[in-house]
Design a protein around this ligand. Sequence first.
Ligand code: FES
Length: 190
Amino acid sequence: MSTQPTVRGSNDATMTRRGFFMKLGILFNGVVAAALTVPVLGFLLSSVARGRGNGYVSWVSLGSVAQFPEGETRLATFRNPNVMPTDGTTVDTACWVRHLEGDQFQVFAINCAHLGCPVRWFPQSGLFMCPCHGGVYYRDGARASGPPERGLFQYPYKVENGLITIQAGELPTPGAPTATLTGERRPCAS
Ligand code: FES
């Protein structure tokens, strides 16, 4: 009889510790769940917040039209409008600008339509060539030969106040709203 209060006190103390650790565990799980849920929800809702499908697209200037002489194709760079603090210099994106005449341009993505290697323009031959697997494109971006299944992708552009501006933000791919497809596969003899 005399030891009962001591035992009960010990049990009470055990229950209290259990309860404390239970609550601590629930609190910890809640914090972890919130930490995992917030970024996932942010990602899922970002397209809704930015507008469906075109959330990353915005118009970016390539500079003055005078920088691109008629009849020539020149390399231009622009800053990707969607920048993360950790992106560094990768936000500087290159593209090829072909000035036909007047306000008529073609702005090609630098990435090969096969696996994305940067293509080079060779004015002597009037061809874009890919160093990776030998993909070749005509001056208008149409596929000439090699593994690419299609021509170079093009950025939509507009000319205003002497500046050429492109719709950038997403890499042009078959599914991107900025993408347009140039040319059909030409027969080798043409
Ligand atoms: Fe250009 Fe393969 S990446 S040909």
